[in-house]
Write a protein that binds this ligand. Structure first.
Ligand SMILES: [Zn+2]
Ligand SMILES: [Zn+2]
Length: 315
């Protein structure tokens, strides 16, 4: 596997990934990516009930911002992990999260804003039975399943280079995509979060154009989404992170539709107040431009469809 991407980043500076992503976010703001407004739904949001948020990631602050920007509905999808060593293991109880969200929903409903109780479960095959049982006991309006890089992951920054040595891109991404396929096949989730976030973890060793050149790597995951009816999320956070593109890219969303997939959802994956809405309008535009006319969502009960507004692009 080529390592030339590493020198491309290192040559530019010796700044941390966090500093580089701060600059990408700032450049995105300058380009108008923060201007998301007049949209029906943000289906992926984290508050202080997630361990990786800032203290200003407050539900009422999000609600006030949504009202001001005419974003009509929010799904609060705080992290829940099942690995006892992972940060969102027992970080907040279901009851705490449920109370926060239901009380906020009551406060904000008179203003015309809908707030839903969601969750972003970290999927791992070894915990599938636990996840199934937990979701059964703790019903949510909307459930995202995501594969993350946990404490034992091969993709953690201090071991990813050693893991990649001598591997093809297919071999390097197999541990991630195999887990994504299993998550889709489990049928546990309304939506699969940030389908190819692995492209962030491989930077600078592998750059996103290497993924774009190998769309067949996505086929098993897309086929599993189609077969199970699990929605594909267009996650805007990649626009403020090293890949500088959504998870997944527009081409992959188009391929999912070609394969017969019909359920797409959109989320900002905000973790702090000043990220509110970042990239959300762009994610809508990207989905609309490949023919998505309504987003798949759930408010408890059966799946519902949220029309994608036509017309001028909202950045
Ligand atoms: Zn996630
Ligand atoms: Zn998230």
């Amino acid at each position: 596997m080529s390592l030339h991407g590493a020198s491309a980043i290192d040559a530019r500076s010796h700044r941390s990934r966090g500093q580089i992503e701060h600059d990408i976010w700032q450049a995105g703001l300058a380009a108008g990516l923060g201007e998301s407004r007049d949209l029906p739904l943000d289906a992926h949001m984290h508050t202080v009930r997630s361990p990786d948020t800032r203290p200003d990631a407050l539900l009422d602050a999000y609600c006030a911002a949504a009202l001001e920007r005419e974003i009509a509905e929010l799904a609060i999808t705080d992290h829940v992990d099942f690995d006892p060593l992972a940060p969102a293991y027992a970080y907040a109880t279901f009851e705490e999260r449920e109370r926060d969200v239901r009380e906020a929903a009551e406060r904000w409903a008179p203003h015309g804003l809908a707030v839903r109780l969601g969750v972003e479960v970290t999927y791992e095959r070894r915990y599938e039975d636990d996840i199934r049982e937990w979701l059964r006991r703790n019903p949510h309006d909307f459930v995202i399943g995501s594969v993350h890089s946990g404490p034992a992951s091969l993709y953690e920054p201090d071991r990813v280079a050693a893991f990649l040595a001598g591997k093809s891109l297919a071999e390097a991404t197999a541990p991630y995509f195999d887990e994504v396929v299993a998550a889709a096949q489990s049928g546990l989730f309304d939506s699969l979060g940030h389908l190819d976030v692995v492209k962030r973890w491989l930077i600078p060793h592998v750059m996103p154009d290497a993924f774009a050149a190998r769309p067949e790597l996505y086929e098993p995951a897309l086929a599993a989404l189609v077969a199970s009816g699990t929605a594909l999320e267009v996650n805007a956070s990649g626009l403020r992170q090293l890949p500088r593109e959504t998870y997944p890219s527009q081409a992959i969303v188009a391929r999912y539709l070609e394969l017969g997939g019909g359920a797409v959802t959109v989320g900002s994956d905000v973790h702090r107040m000043d990220w509110f809405g970042f990239g959300l309008g762009e994610a809508y535009r990207l989905a609309r431009d490949v023919g998505v006319e309504a987003l798949a969502f759930r408010r408890g009960g059966a799946r519902v469809w949220v029309p994608v507004p036509p017309g001028t692009p909202n950045r």
